[in-house]
Ligand binder design. Structure first.
Ligand code: GLP
Length: 244
């Protein structure tokens, strides 16, 4: 899906999320959202906040699960994805206490396997992901599923790719300060979402978008696995679609 601008694309994605929340609530249930960080989804979060303030969209009962978190990372640290989500969405709308989940970047490494298994259980207990939002890294990663990630991979501790750490350098005031590891939902975890929306803006993403959409399905580009998902859409602006 190619939109003239990222603003229009973000509004369309936010409208789909609002519709999902309202439809699930009308049926007596609660939407379960998989959320992403990075610069790409901020327009969607801004629009959801606007819909909350101006059109009464409520997030009560809605459950959220974020894709990933750096390790080690305290929740209140400047670069933490928990803090990012609080600042860009959670603090501005009306989620119920305890309904927003971000992987724990402070788990001791020896406890991460159990913590990751628990994260998967919590997703299942909530009823599974109705909609997963994704950005895409220049390595083709979704979440932090770097090249080599298997299609059946689950939530786990990974090593970040050199290119990913370089791209995060400005957030950390130097590449040497970027954590080497992260916890990420696996490709298999993401693929179980009933609906997947991957967003990409700008010419810098055009080559990796083309590889993911038109190249072979390959562990070298984790986003290429989405080709086989029954209900996944790449939502792009003109610039990000330039390689298609
Ligand atoms: C990080 C996140 C990804 C995100 C990617 C792209 O690596 N873990 O989930 O998709 O950055 O970031 P941006 O949206 O800023 O281009």
């Amino acid at each position: 899906e190619i939109h003239p601008s990222s603003a229009e694309a973000s509004a369309a994605v936010a409208a789909e999320i609002a519709q999902l929340i309202r439809t699930k609530r009308a049926a007596g249930g609660n939407a379960v959202l998989g959320l992403a960080t990075g610069s790409t989804p901020t327009g969607v979060y801004d629009e959801l906040i606007r819909l909350h303030r101006e059109e009464g969209l409520s997030f009560k009962g809605v459950k959220t699960f974020n894709l990933d978190e750096y390790v080690p990372m305290a929740p209140d640290a400047l670069q933490s994805y928990r803090r990012f989500m609080d600042e860009h969405l959670f603090d501005h709308v009306d989620f119920d206490e305890g309904d927003t989940h971000v992987p724990d970047g402070l788990l001791p490494v020896e406890d991460t396997a159990a913590g990751c298994a628990r994260y998967e259980e919590q997703i299942q207990e909530a009823g599974g992901l109705d909609l997963q939002l994704l950005g895409i890294g220049r390595t083709g990663h979704i979440g932090f599923n770097e090249p080599g990630s298997g299609k059946d991979s689950r939530t786990r501790l990974i090593w970040l790719d050199r290119l990913t750490r370089a791209d995060a350098a400005s957030d950390f005031f130097g590449a040497e300060n970027v954590p080497r590891r992260a916890i990420t939902m696996g490709v298999g975890t993401i693929m179980e979402a009933k609906r997947i929306v991957l967003m990409a803006w700008g010419e810098g993403k055009a080559p990796v978008v083309a590889a993911a959409v038109e190249g072979p399905e390959t562990p070298a580009v984790a986003a290429s696995y989405l080709q086989t998902h029954p209900n996944a859409t790449f939502v792009l602006d003109e610039a990000a679609s330039a390689g298609l």
